[in-house]
Structure formats: C-alpha cells, structure tokens
Design a protein. Structure first.
Length: 240
C-alpha cells in the first residue's frame, strides 16, 4: 500500500494511489466520505471569502449526485447524505423513513439530534451495533427535549425517553383523538426505542457477552427514524 505520508507526491495524487491500493470496503468508503466532506468544506469557505474556488462550475451538490448515481449503478448499498455515507439495507424504507427524518433534522433547531442520528448510522456502517443503539436513543431523547424547549414545556435535563414521552403526551403534542383511536400508541412509543436499547446495550452485560446482530441495529435505525418522523410531524402540526 502506498502511504499517504509519501511527500514526493501531491496530496491529490497520494489520495488517488492510496485509494487504488485499498482492498477493504470500509476503508474505501472512509476515503470517499472524507474527500467529499473536504470538498464541501473548502467550497463553503470559498463562498464566504469569495475566492476563485467559489466560481468553479462543478459544485459539491453535483459531485454528490454523481457519487450516489455511481453507487446505484454499481449496486452498492450506500448513499452520501448530510455529510455521511449511509448504509441502505432496504431501498423503500430508506426512501420513506431515513431520507425524511434527515430532512426534518437538518433544520438548525434539530442540529444536535441530527448529529446523534447520523452518528448512529456511522456506527452501523462500521458494525458497532451497541453504539448504534445508544446513539439512536440519544437522538430520540434529544428530539423530545428540543420539542419541549420549542413549546416551553417543563422537563428535567436528566429525564429519560419514557419520561419525556409522558411530558409531550401530557402537553397534547399528540392529539387526543389519535391516542384514543390508536390505543397502543403510547405504549408503542414507550416500549420501542428506549426498551430495545436498554435491554441490548444500555447496561452492563453481565457474565455473558451480549452481541447485537446487524438486523437488530438496522431495525433500530428505522424504528428511531419512524418515531422521530412522527414526533416532528406532530410538532409541525402544533406549531408550523
């Protein structure tokens, strides 16, 4: 493998040679992700300072579109979105759940929840499934706290997800007719993401090592996305 530290080559050429020698998929994806993050960063900086890079015709959005097209054409189950390469296990669920929740969380007020949810995807891509579950719960709890702050609802910063769910329900984030029609809605919210995470990764594992399978982590990502989509949609109905 040709090392990136080789000073005899320009950094662009070094990255190219380094990438060509890689055989590990995850390392290849890391190089692609870092390269696109760097492109986006220098372009944004150029726009602020109005230097020559701000006038380039091939913009980061164009490059991202081309990258995702190449991924799709090659049958590679990944997509670059919101600065991260995200694994796609199910195209329909990805389209209907993951993309909408990332759109919701891209708003500045949900920035912290967005970072935690993207971190969960990053852990999932690298097979760190316990960490994925933990960040899913963090993203849900942060979303609930942000919603409480937006509505000036009282809560304790140390409240867990179940307590926060009670706060938003008691304050009518979810209309009564929905709670009455879907009698198990409350219990579904309370027993979904929080319970799943706590049982598999939230506490000491005891004498037997707990392994979290990939399909559990994948389910958790979609469940978290669905829950956040629902809560943020209710918030938008309450205060557009």
């Amino acid at each position: 493998m040709k090392e990136l530290s080789d000073a005899s080559r320009h950094y662009e050429t070094k990255v190219e040679y380094f990438f060509e020698d890689l055989a590990d998929l995850e390392q290849c994806l890391d190089v692609i992700q870092l390269s696109f993050q760097y492109f986006q960063s220098i372009y944004n900086q150029a726009k602020r300072t109005q230097n020559e890079y701000s006038r380039i015709s091939y913009k980061p959005d164009d490059a991202i579109t081309d990258l995702n097209t190449r991924f799709l054409e090659s049958g590679i189950g990944y997509e670059f979105r919101e600065g991260e390469i995200i694994r796609i296990d199910n195209k329909l669920l990805h389209q209907e759940i993951i993309i909408p929740v990332l759109h919701f969380l891209s708003a500045p007020k949900f920035q912290n929840a967005n970072q935690e949810y993207l971190s969960a995807h990053e852990h999932f891509r690298h097979g760190r499934n316990k960490e994925c579950l933990s960040d899913c719960l963090k993203a849900l709890e942060t979303t609930l706290k942000i919603i409480c702050d937006l509505n000036s609802w009282t809560y304790n910063p140390k409240d867990t997800a179940n307590t926060l769910i009670k706060v938003v329900i008691d304050n009518k984030l979810i209309p009564d007719f929905l709670l009455q029609h879907f009698s198990s809605l409350r219990s579904s919210l309370e027993s979904g993401v929080p319970t799943f995470r706590n049982r598999l990764s939230g506490h000491g594992q005891g004498p037997q090592k707990i392994e979290v399978p990939m399909h559990y982590a994948s389910y958790m990502l979609y469940l978290t996305g669905t829950t956040i989509n629902f809560l943020v949609s209710c918030q938008q109905e309450l205060k557009p």
